[in-house]
Design a protein around this ligand. Structure first.
Ligand SMILES: Nc1nc2c(ncn2[C@@H]2O[C@H](COP(=O)(O)OP(=O)(O)OP(=O)(O)O)[C@@H](O)[C@H]2O)c(=O)[nH]1
Ligand SMILES: [Mg+2]
Length: 263
């Protein structure tokens, strides 16, 4: 599986799409997928404005360490167990259907895929779609070599700024997620963000308690998302952009070196 597909559109069995039952209608000019409440209610938190993605391109796929591209733009990686919805979330965030290949069959993404991302008025970024862990149908040696590849990437990539750890709302935090978060803790410079996926699969009244439980287990703020309804997109973007900004070295701003020749 060398490159992400552009063709396959994925349907989810039993899912009708659209907002979950009981979701109040969106305000007419609200960003698509924004959580809506009664319009104009005083004190209501305004959803962050919609992040527009101008450029989103597949740039490289690495099945081994030697194929990992040279460090460039700041990277945001998407990690989690197989089938949790990493590629779908990445497509949803980039507003590009089918850019990263998705499949109902676990084990779809088998290499580290890099995507160049340009957002309106924001920094150049790269999104990184990681192969999923916990997929039973790969041989022991293949899964060991993925693990080595993943761990060396996560440990050594200096341009990596944040890792979005995905947790399926119906599965919650399991040992693998705890191990992953602990492993990422070895790099205090990395922001770890938990995105809870497929929230549309639970009825609205079960979403809140499930998210709260995952938040308690993960001990970080968690973001409920749905690649189907686009819920959580803007909130997750805001968190990613905060992580990028907080870690920005001074030289990334309006350049200190501009107009100055360093002797
Ligand atoms: N209903 C619903 N289905 C989703 C959502 N996100 C992903 N899916 C479905 O879940 C399946 C797996 O999604 P992928 O995005 O391929 O998962 P992945 O984590 O990239 O999987 P691997 O590449 O195998 O590790 C696909 O059938 C998706 O359509 C979601 O938010 N809601
Ligand atoms: Mg995938």
């Amino acid at each position: 599986m060398a490159t992400p597909a552009k063709t396959k559109s994925v349907t989810t069995k039993g899912h009708k799409g659209g907002a979950p039952k009981g979701t109040p209608p969106r305000a007419p000019n609200a960003p698509k997928g924004a959580k809506a409440g009664p319009p104009g209610k005083p004190g209501q938190k305004k959803p962050p404005s919609e992040v527009r993605v101008g450029r989103a391109e597949f740039t490289a796929g690495a099945a081994g360490a030697s194929q990992i591209p040279e460090e460039g733009a700041v990277e945001i990686a998407f990690a989690g167990r197989s089938n949790v919805g990493k590629s779908s979330l990445l497509n949803m965030m980039l507003a590009r259907k089918g850019l990263a290949r998705t499949s109902r069959t676990p084990g779809c993404t088998r290499q580290i895929n890099f995507f160049d991302v340009g957002i309106a008025g924001g920094p150049d970024l790269a999104f990184v779609d990681l192969p999923g862990y916990g997929y039973a149908k790969v041989s022991k040696s293949e899964s060991a070599s993925w693990k080595r590849l993943l761990e060396s990437y996560l440990r050594e990539r200096s341009t990596l700024r944040a890792v979005v750890v995905l947790v399926d709302i119906r599965r919650g935090v399991e040992q693998e997620e705890r191990d992953l978060v602990e492993f990422l803790g070895l790099r205090p410079d990395l922001r770890v963000v938990v995105a809870v996926t497929k929230i549309d699969k639970l009825p609205l009244n079960q979403q809140k308690p499930a998210l709260a439980q995952i938040g308690r287990d993960a001990r970080v703020r968690v973001y409920g998302t749905s690649a189907e309804t686009k819920q959580g997109r803007e909130e997750l973007w805001a968190e990613i952009l905060r992580a990028v900004k907080d870690a920005e070295p001074v030289a990334l701003g309006p350049s200190a070196a501009d107009g100055e020749d360093e002797e």
